[in-house]
Write a protein that binds this ligand. Structure first.
Ligand code: MG
Ligand code: MG
Length: 273
């Protein structure tokens, strides 16, 4: 059943989402060749706890860490380890936090040093597809409209849209109804209503959409071992329109990037400090 949130609950969710946003900003500052994903995991856990929240993934379905860290051909659910990141890697960082009984959950794929041009383009197109999907998350539209928009935009570039893993409703549970696939048919699926909150999260592969899973029981990777990208935002329907609860602004501040990509999804400007 879809849990509709009150305006007060959406404000609490914004708080949880912003803790995740700031945590990803801290991770962004630390990412460089030589650092391990386990070191980054420690930075994230400390930052979340310092802000009076609890890591959202740690212990959830028995996941062992704060961050899902998925380099290169790994799509999602990678487990942090002591391997140092290398120049030219990409690393998908997915983070969750629980505060006041509500979850935040979003993700960003980072470049480590200089990455190959085709990988850079995969990241750019995947992030663009996230906003193209978010634009369809409005009252009266349906689940299929978001999936269709993301699929059309990414497949046009020859990329593979992961089928087995999807976005989701978000709230007092990390995964609520509805499921939000990154593929679909226009006008199909559950209808969006005022007060819905979801995590939209395209997982897009440079090559085939097919996946494998490692024997660790967690890590999902591309069947052809080509790179995969993952970007995720938390979005509410307010006044019928999509409003971002999460932000990449802390990441951009850390990386020296200027962007107005989030402006259309915000009722008032965000001042990231
Ligand atoms: Mg996530
Ligand atoms: Mg998610």
């Amino acid at each position: 059943m879809i849990q509709i949130k009150t305006a007060e609950e959406i404000e609490l969710m914004r708080e949880s989402a912003l803790i995740v946003s700031k945590t990803l900003g801290e991770v962004a500052k630390a990412i460089k060749p030589g650092i391990s994903t386990l070191e980054l995991d420690k930075i994230a856990e400390e930052h979340i706890r310092d802000h009076g929240a609890i890591p959202g993934f740690l212990g959830l379905y028995d996941f062992p860490n704060t961050l899902c860290m998925s380099p290169n051909e790994q799509i999602v659910h990678g487990i942090p380890n002591k391997e140092p990141l290398q120049e030219g890697d990409i690393i998908s960082v997915d983070c969750g936090a629980l505060k006041n009984g509500f979850y935040g959950d979003h993700a960003y794929t980072f470049e480590v040093g200089e990455v190959p041009d085709d990988t850079k383009k995969l990241l750019q197109i995947t992030k663009e597809s996230l906003y193209i999907g978010i634009r369809e998350f409005r009252a009266g539209n349906r689940v299929g409209d978001v999936g269709f928009a993301i699929q059309q935009y990414t497949e046009k570039h020859g990329y593979g849209v992961v089928r087995e893993l999807v976005g989701h409703g978000l709230g007092r549970e990390m995964h609520e109804d509805p499921e939000m696939p990154n593929y679909g048919r226009r006008g199909r699926g559950k209808k969006f209503k005022e007060g819905m909150v979801v995590a939209i999260e395209p997982m897009i592969n440079l090559g085939t959409h097919r996946i494998n899973q490692l024997k660790d029981g967690w890590t999902i990777l591309t069947a052809d071992r080509k790179p995969s990208a993952h970007f995720e935002h938390d979005v509410a329907i307010v006044n019928g329109k999509p409003e971002l609860l999460s932000t990449f602004q802390y990441i951009y501040n850390a990386l020296g990037i200027t962007s107005n990509e989030e402006d259309e999804f915000r009722a008032k400007p965000l001042v990231a400090s």
